[in-house]
Design a protein around this ligand. Structure first.
Ligand code: FMN
Length: 379
C-alpha cells in the first residue's frame, strides 16, 4: 500500500481489480456527467496561497463533527452497495475509519446490514436514511439504527427520484447482476475480488432483505426498491423523522441557500452541501461552487459539511477555506476499498490526512480554526 501515493493510484488499482460493472457504478455520474466533471474542475480552479516563515511546528487536525470527536475534519460518506466493491466492504471501511478516528456512515442501500456492522466493529457509526414510501419500514429502520447505537442519522434528501447513469444500463448493473457473458468473464478474471465476495456474508441489500414482508427473493426486492423512492418527500417528513430520532441529525444533499436556511431551522446538527457526487441532477452546480453562499447564510446556525469531488487534502483545505467545517469522501475511499480492502481505505484516509497536514503548513496555518479565505489567492 505504501506505493499508493495518491487517490488516483488507488483508483487505477481498483479499476484493475473490481469488475467493470461495479467499478463504473462507483466511478461514473448521471447523464452527460457535467456535474460530475464540474465538482473536480471547480475545486482545481481554487488556488492556495503559499506563505513562508510562519511557525507551523505545532499543527492540530483534530476537531468535532456533529459533536463527535474526530482526528481529522473528514467522514466516510454513505455508499450504496459498498460491499460489492469488496466483500464485507462496509465492515472493512468502518473498521478503517474507526482506526483512523473518523466517522463511517452506513447507507440504507448497503450490502452488510446495520446489525452486521454493529456486530463487527467496536464503536458507534452513522446511519444514512432514505425515506421510502413504506413509512412503517422507515420507522423500523430508524429503530434498528437506535438499537445499534448509531451516533448520528444522515438523512439524504436529494434522491426522491433516481437519476440515470448510462453506464449502469449498458453494463447490466442490477442486483443481482444481469447474467451476461461479459460480466461472467469479468468476474472470472478478477479472482481476488471474486474470492472476497464469496467470503463476504451477503450479496444483496442487507438492510432490506428479510425485513419486508412478501419480498423473499432478490428479484422482488429489486422491484420493491425501484418503486419505493418517494417523490412526495417534504419538510413535514423531516419533522416526523426528528420525532423518531433523538440523536444528532445530519441533512445531506443541499445545494441551494433557501433549502439550507430551511434545513438549519429543523434543529439539525449539520447539513451536507452535496450533489450526490454528480449522480443525480446533471447540470447542477458543483458542491464547492454552492458552498460559500450556504456557509455565509447558515454557517453560524448549523455545522456545514461538504462532499463532491474531494480527492486530496488540498481539496479539504479548499473547502474549509470556503466555509465548510468538515468534508465527506465517497469515491476516494471506495477506490481504496477496491484496491486493497480495509488497508486500501486506511491508505486513502492516510493520504488525505498527510496532504492536509502538509498543505496547512505550506499555507501558514497550524490550526483548523485559523483556516479561512486568507489561505486562497485569486492569481
Ligand atoms: C457508488 C456510490 C454510491 C452512493 N450511494 C449513496 C447512498 O446510498 N446514500 C447517499 O446518501 N449517498 C450515496 N452516494 C453519494 C455519496 O454519499 C457522496 O455524496 C458522494 O460520493 C460524494 O462525492 P465523491 O464521490 O466525489 O466524494 C453514493 C456515491 C457513490 C459514488
Amino acid at each position: 500500500m505504501r506505493m499508493m501515493t495518491c487517490i488516483e493510484d488507488l483508483r487505477r488499482s481498483a479499476r484493475r481489480k473490481v469488475p467493470r460493472m461495479f467499478f463504473d457504478y462507483a466511478d461514473r455520474g448521471s447523464y452527460a456527467e457535467e456535474t460530475l466533471r464540474r465538482n473536480r474542475a471547480d475545486l482545481e480552479r481554487i488556488k492556495l496561497r503559499q506563505r513562508v516563515l510562519v511557525d507551523v511546528s505545532q499543527r492540530e487536525l483534530a476537531t468535532t463533527i456533529a459533536g463527535e470527536r474526530v482526528t481529522l475534519p473528514l467522514a466516510l460518506a454513505p455508499i450504496g452497495l459498498c460491499g460489492m466493491q469488496w466483500g464485507d466492504g462496509e465492515v472493512l471501511a468502518c473498521r478503517a475509519a474507526q482506526s483512523a478516528g473518523i466517522p463511517f456512515c452506513l447507507s440504507t442501500m448497503s450490502v452488510c446490514s446495520i446489525e452486521d456492522v454493529a456486530g463487527a466493529v467496536e464503536r458507534p457509526f452513522w446511519f444514512q436514511l432514505y425515506v421510502m414510501r413504506d413509512r412503517g419500514f422507515v420507522r423500523a429502520l430508524i429503530e434498528r439504527a437506535v438499537a445499534a447505537r448509531c451516533s448520528a442519522l444522515v438523512l439524504t434528501v436529494d434522491l426522491q427520484v433516481l437519476g440515470q447513469r448510462h453506464c449502469d444500463v449498458r453494463n447490466g448493473m442490477t442486483v443481482p447482476p444481469e447474467i451476461r457473458i461479459r460480466n461472467l468473464i469479468e468476474m472470472a478474471t478478477k479472482p481476488a475480488w471474486t474470492a472476497s465476495i464469496l467470503r463476504g456474508r451477503r450479496r444483496t441489500f442487507g438492510n432490506l432483505a428479510g425485513h419486508i414482508r412478501g419480498m423473499e427473493n432478490v428479484n422482488s426486492l429489486a422491484q420493491w426498491i425501484a418503486g419505493q423512492f418517494d417523490p412526495s418527500l417534504s419538510w413535514k417528513d423531516v419533522e416526523w423523522i426528528r420525532g423518531l430520532w433523538g440523536g444528532p441529525l445530519i441533512i445531506k444533499g443541499l445545494l441551494d441557500v433557501e433549502d439550507a436556511r430551511r434545513a438549519a431551522k429543523t434543529g439539525a446538527a449539520a447539513i451536507v452541501v452535496s450533489n450526490h457526487g454528480g449522480r443525480q441532477l446533471d447540470g447542477a452546480v458543483s458542491s464547492i461552487a454552492a458552498l460559500p453562499a450556504i456557509a455565509e447564510a447558515v454557517g453560524s446556525e448549523v455545522e456545514v459539511m461538504l462532499d463532491g469531488g474531494i480527492r486530496s487534502g488540498q481539496d479539504v483545505l479548499r473547502a474549509l477555506a470556503l466555509g465548510a467545517r468538515s468534508c465527506m469522501i465517497g469515491r476516494a475511499y471506495v477506490y481504496g476499498l477496491g484496491a486493497g480492502g480495509e488497508r486500501g481505505v486506511a491508505r486513502a484516509i492516510e493520504i488525505i490526512r498527510s496532504e492536509l497536514d502538509v498543505s496547512m503548513a505550506l499555507t501558514g496555518v497550524a490550526r483548523l480554526r485559523d483556516i479561512g479565505p486568507q489561505v486562497l489567492t485569486q492569481a
